[in-house]
Design a protein around this ligand. Structure first.
Ligand code: MG
Length: 178
């Protein structure tokens, strides 16, 4: 199967490091991570993205991988896996450094899309992601495996939409699908 694997908060626990630096820089965590959209009164999208960049460019050694090399190899053995991420072009080199550090010797295919919605225009059988936006636009029967995060807790499961606690559970599910 051709699998689209998301990076932030699926393969990488970016959220924890973001919370740390938002709190450090702004004196409190005013990011409402129970919502996908940014709300008035909290951190703005611009300020959030600035801290996101700081985290990926300067502190990416603090971002933990959610699975180890053996586990990613296990998915790659039976499937064609591509990391599909929607980020700025200049955020790709730090991602590559992070991958090299956490998954030494593994050659990842990476596709950078301009938006999350654009991921659906690519030809994958299964999407492993945390974004509720994918579900909003997905109109076909391709499988969507949603890794649970506070911002997607309202997503309802259906025949082609499966919720899992973490990436490990997604691998377990995929193994049974193959
Ligand atoms: Mg994500």
């Amino acid at each position: 199967m051709r699998i689209s694997l998301d990076v932030d908060d699926v393969l990488a626990d970016t959220k924890s490091v973001l919370i740390k630096y938002i709190t450090l820089i702004r004196g409190k965590c005013d990011w409402d991570f129970n919502q996908w959209e940014f709300k008035e009164g909290g951190i703005s999208r611009e300020a959030f993205l600035e801290i996101y960049k700081l985290v990926w460019h300067v502190h990416n050694n603090e971002i933990k991988a959610t699975i180890n090399s053996d586990e990613i190899k296990e998915i790659m053995k039976n499937n064609d896996v591509t990391l599909v991420t929607a980020r700025d072009k200049d955020d790709i080199p730090p991602l590559k450094r992070w991958l090299k550090h956490n998954f030494a010797g593994i050659d990842f295919k990476i596709i950078n899309t301009r938006s999350i919605k654009e991921k659906l225009e690519l030809d994958f059988d299964v999407y492993i992601d945390d974004s509720p936006v994918l579900l909003q636009y997905k109109k076909d029967h391709r499988k969507l495996i949603i890794v649970e995060q506070p911002w997607n807790k309202n997503i309802q499961e259906s025949e082609n939409v499966i919720k899992v606690k973490n990436l490990r559970e997604a691998i377990y599910f995929l193994n049974n699908l193959n």
